[in-house]
Design a binder for this molecule. Structure first.
Ligand SMILES: [Fe+2]
Length: 464
C-alpha cells in the first residue's frame, strides 16, 4: 500500500507536501539564464517522503528520507532523487506496509520489527553534510547514514564504532582545521553528549554534559574557541507518549539556559547562563569577540508548534535575535535585530564559527507551517542594511544555501541556491541568486521536470 494522496490522512501529505512515488534521473535540464562557470558541484535537499501510508497520525518528522540532488557539471545540470534505504524502510518494503507509528503514535511498536530494524526508524530525513569525504544524511534521533555521491544508501556510519548514541542534524565543520563538532541528545541518560571528529573523520573527543531534564535540542553553535548549547524547556515525556500523550511539552517556568564550553572541553566544565524562556531551532552563526561571544539566531518566544507532534502547526513567528555573552562579567545581553520573522538561517560556511558579515534568512508568508518559505533576506551587519528577494505569489521556496564562488574574494562572492516550486505548474526550479545582489532577478533557473515536495535542509557540496 503506497501513499494515495486523495485518501491522505494528514495535511502534511497533501498539496506541496504530497510525496513523490518514483526515483528519477533527468539529464540536460533546461536552464533559464546561465549557470555561472564557478558553480560546480552538487546541490542536495533532504526531506520526508514516506513510501507507505502511515499508521495513524503522521508528522513530517516521521517520513522516510528522500534526497533530491541537482548536479551542476560543465555548465549543464542533471537531477536525481533517491529514498534513503534505512533498515526501517527495508523492513516495511518486505512487509509492503508501514510498520513504525511515528512521533505521534509511539505506542504502536511491533516487537518483530524492532528486533529487525530498531525501535526508531532512522529516516535520515533532515540534512545532508559532507565531512572527510563522507556524505552523511542526518536525523537527530539516530546515527548518520552514509550515502554515495549518486545517493545510494551505504549504511549507518558510527565512526568506526566510537559514536555512542545519536548525532544532531546540524554538525559544524571548522573551515580552518576541518574538524567536525556535533552533539547527540537522548530522552534517556545521558541526555546530552558533545563530540569532535578530526579532519580525517576519526572521533577524537566525546563528553557527557549533564542536564536536569531530557530536552529536544535541534541545533547548537560553534566559535573558534567555544561550543554553545541551548537548554530550552521542550521536555521529553516518553511515558506520556507511550500512553498516547504528547512526546514533548513546553515548560516555560523551567527557563532557558545557554551553556558555554571550551572546544574539546570536559562536559563538567560547562558554564550556564540563564535566559528568558525561549527556543532556538537553528542558528545563523556564532563567533568570539575578545572576552565576549556573539550568537545570532532566529528566536521563538516558545517551543514552535511543529514540535507538538499531535498538532504540528506553528503558533510563534521566529524573530532575528542576537545574544552577547560577556564571559568576564558573567552576563548575557540579548536583543531583537529585525522585525521580519524568518527561519532556516544560513551563512557562508567557509566562515562558520568565525565572524560573518552577512546572514541569510528565509521569509515565510505564514508560520502555520514552518518550512514553507517565499523568499530570503540578506543582512549586512557592517552596513546595518538588508536586502530581500521574494518569489511570485504562486511560488514557495525552500532553504537558501550559500555556494561560494571559487574565484571570489569577498564573503558574499557566490550564489544562493534554493528549490522554488510553483503551485500553478506543480513543478520545481533550482533558483540561483547572485548572493551579492539577492534582490536582482535570478542568474539562472534550472527546471526540474517534476515537483520536489517541500522538505527540510539543503546543502551545496562543491567539486574539489
Ligand atoms: Fe534543522
Amino acid at each position: 500500500m503506497t501513499i494515495d494522496a486523495a485518501a491522505a490522512p494528514s495535511p502534511f501529505l497533501s498539496g506541496l507536501l504530497t510525496p513523490v512515488t518514483d526515483e528519477r534521473d533527468d539529464r540536460d535540464l533546461e536552464v533559464v539564464g546561465e549557470l555561472p562557470a564557478g558553480l560546480r558541484g552538487m546541490f542536495v535537499r533532504n526531506g520526508p517522503n514516506p513510501q507507505f501510508a502511515p499508521i495513524g497520525r503522521y508528522h513530517p518528522f516521521d517520513g522516510d528520507g528522500m534526497v533530491h540532488a541537482v548536479y551542476v557539471e560543465d555548465g549543464t545540470a542533471r537531477y536525481r532523487n533517491r529514498w534513503i534505504e534505512s533498515k526501517g524502510l527495508l523492513a516495511e518494503r518486505k512487509r509492503g506496509a508501514a510498520q513504525f507509528g511515528g512521533l505521534a503514535e509511539l505506542s504502536r511498536i511491533d516487537p518483530e520489527v524492532v528486533a529487525e530494524a530498531g525501535i526508531v526508524k532512522n529516516t535520515a530525513n533532515t540534512h545532508t553534510v559532507r565531512h572527510a569525504d563522507r556524505i552523511l544524511a542526518l536525523m537527530e534521533a539516530c546515527p548518520p547514514t552514509q550515502l554515495s555521491r549518486e545517493l545510494e544508501t551505504l549504511g549507518e556510519w558510527d565512526f568506526d564504532g566510537r559514536l555512542q548514541g545519536a548525532m544532531t542534524a546540524h554538525p559544524k565543520v571548522d573551515p580552518v582545521n576541518g574538524e567536525l563538532h556535533f552533539f547527540g541528545y537522548s530522552p534517556f541518560p545521558p541526555y546530552l553528549r558533545y563530540h569532535v571528529a578530526d579532519a580525517s573523520g576519526a572521533l577524537v573527543h566525546s563528553t557527557d554534559i549533564e542536564l536536569p531534564d531530557p530536552v529536544m535540542m535541534h541545533d547548537f553553535a560553534l566559535t573558534e574557541h567555544h561550543v554553545l548549547f541551548l537548554d530550552a524547556p521542550a521536555l521529553f515525556d516518553v511515558h506520556a507518549a507511550m500512553a498516547g500523550g504528547p512526546l514533548v511539552r513546553w515548560e516555560p517556568e523551567q527557563g532557558t539556559r545557554l551553556g558555554v564550553l571550551a572546544r574539546r572541553g570536559d562536559g563538567a566544565s560547562i558554564r550556564w547562563f540563564e535566559l528568558d524562556p525561549s527556543y532556538v531551532v537553528h542558528v545563523f552563526n556564532a563567533w568570539d569577540d575578545g572576552e565576549r561571544i556573539e550568537l545570532r539566531a532566529p528566536r521563538f518566544a516558545a517551543m514552535p508548534g511543529g514540535f507538538a507532534f499531535d498538532n504540528p502547526t506553528g503558533r510563534e513567528a521566529p524573530m532575528p535575535w542576537r545574544w552577547s555573552i560577556d564571559l568576564a562579567a558573567g552576563t548575557v545581553h540579548d536583543e531583537q535585530t529585525d522585525d521580519r520573522a524568518g527561519e532556516f538561517p544560513r551563512v557562508n560556511d567557509q566562515l562558520a564559527s568565525r565572524r560573518t558579515r552577512y546572514l541569510y534568512n528565509c521569509q515565510a508568508r505564514t508560520w502555520e507551517f514552518e518550512f514553507e518559505f517565499h523568499g530570503v533576506v540578506k543582512y549586512d551587519l557592517d552596513a546595518d542594511t538588508s536586502q530581500a528577494r521574494h518569489y511570485a505569489p504562486s511560488e514557495v521556496s525552500g532553504e537558501h544555501v550559500f555556494a561560494p564562488d571559487p574565484d571570489g574574494t569577498a564573503e558574499d562572492d557566490g550564489w544562493l541556491l534554493s528549490f522554488v516550486t510553483d503551485r500553478a505548474t506543480d513543478t520545481t526550479d533550482l533558483v540561483v541568486l547572485d548572493a551579492r545582489d539577492v534582490a536582482a532577478e535570478p542568474v539562472a533557473r534550472v527546471r526540474i521536470p517534476r515537483r520536489v515536495p517541500i522538505g527540510f535542509h539543503a546543502n551545496w557540496l562543491p567539486d574539489r
